[in-house]
Design a protein around this ligand. Structure first.
Ligand SMILES: O=C(O)CCC(=O)C(=O)O
Ligand SMILES: [Fe+2]
Length: 223
C-alpha cells in the first residue's frame, strides 16, 4: 500500500508567466461526474489514435467536443461532435478565475465571459505519452483550461520559444487543474509519462474499468 503522503500539501504553483497548476481543484463528486460524462461521450464519439501528417500515430486516443480537431486545424464537419455542455463552460470559467487568483497574467479577458468553443478529450492508456507541442491551431489568444482525471502523470511545461529546456516537470493527479494563457499561451508542453495504476480506487467503480488517464482541454478556437 502506498503511503498517502502524510504532511505533504500540494500548493498552487506558477509554471510560467500566465501558467498555473491548481492541485485538487475538482471535488470527488465533480471528478465522478466528469469521468462519467467522458465515458458517455466516448461511447458515441469513437476516440481515435490520430495519425499525424508526418506519418506518426499518437499514442493517446482523442475525441472532440464543440468543434472537431484534426491536425492541424479545427473543422466544422461536426456531425459526430457533441456540443460542449453549458456546465462545462461554467466549469471552465470558474477554473479560469481560480487560476487568475494565482497568477493574473493567465488572461486579459474577464473569466466570466470566457467561452471555450472546443474541447479535446485525451485518453491515455498504459504507456501513452504526448510529445512536447504548442496548442497553436486556435484563432483566439484565450487561455487553455486543462482538467486531469484518473492516473497521475508527469506534465512538462516549457517556454514558447522552443521545445528544449528550460522546462518544469509537475505531477498532475486526478482533480488537478492547469491553465495556460497570456505570455505562456504558446508554451511547449507535453506528457512524458503516465503513472499507470495511480488513479483513485473509486475511479474504477465509476467506470467499471481502470480509467487510465483522462485529460480534457478547453479552448477558444474562433477569434
Ligand atoms: O494531457 C494533458 O495534460 C495535455 C494535453 C494536451 O496538451 C493537448 O491535448 O493539447
Ligand atoms: Fe496541448
Amino acid at each position: 500500500m502506498t503511503e498517502p503522503l502524510f504532511g505533504v500539501r500540494r500548493e498552487p504553483a506558477i509554471l510560467g508567466p500566465g501558467a498555473v497548476h491548481v492541485p485538487d481543484w475538482l471535488s470527488r463528486e465533480q471528478q465522478e461526474f466528469l469521468l462519467r460524462a467522458c465515458a458517455d461521450w466516448a461511447a458515441v464519439c469513437a476516440p481515435r489514435s490520430i495519425v499525424l501528417p508526418g506519418g506518426g500515430r499518437m499514442s493517446v486516443r482523442t475525441f472532440s467536443l464543440g468543434r472537431h480537431w484534426t491536425p492541424y486545424r479545427y473543422d466544422d464537419d461536426n456531425a459526430d461532435v457533441p456540443p460542449i455542455p453549458e456546465w462545462l463552460v461554467r466549469a471552465a470559467r470558474s477554473a479560469l478565475s481560480a487560476a487568475a487568483a494565482v497568477d493574473p497574467r493567465v488572461a486579459e479577458t474577464d473569466s466570466a465571459i470566457y467561452t471555450p468553443d472546443a474541447a479535446l478529450v485525451n485518453l491515455y492508456g498504459p504507456g501513452a505519452t504526448m510529445g512536447l507541442h504548442q496548442d497553436r491551431d486556435e484563432a483566439s489568444g484565450d487561455p487553455v483550461v486543462s482538467l486531469s482525471l484518473g492516473d497521475a502523470c508527469t506534465f512538462r511545461f516549457g517556454t514558447p520559444e522552443h521545445r528544449g529546456r528550460p522546462y518544469t516537470d509537475v505531477r498532475l493527479e486526478s482533480g488537478d487543474l492547469v491553465v495556460f494563457g497570456g505570455p505562456s499561451r504558446m508554451a511547449f508542453h507535453g506528457v512524458p509519462k503516465v503513472v499507470d495504476g495511480t488513479a483513485p480506487a473509486w475511479c474504477r467503480d465509476v467506470l467499471g474499468a481502470a480509467p487510465g488517464r483522462v485529460n480534457i482541454t478547453l479552448r477558444r478556437t474562433r477569434p
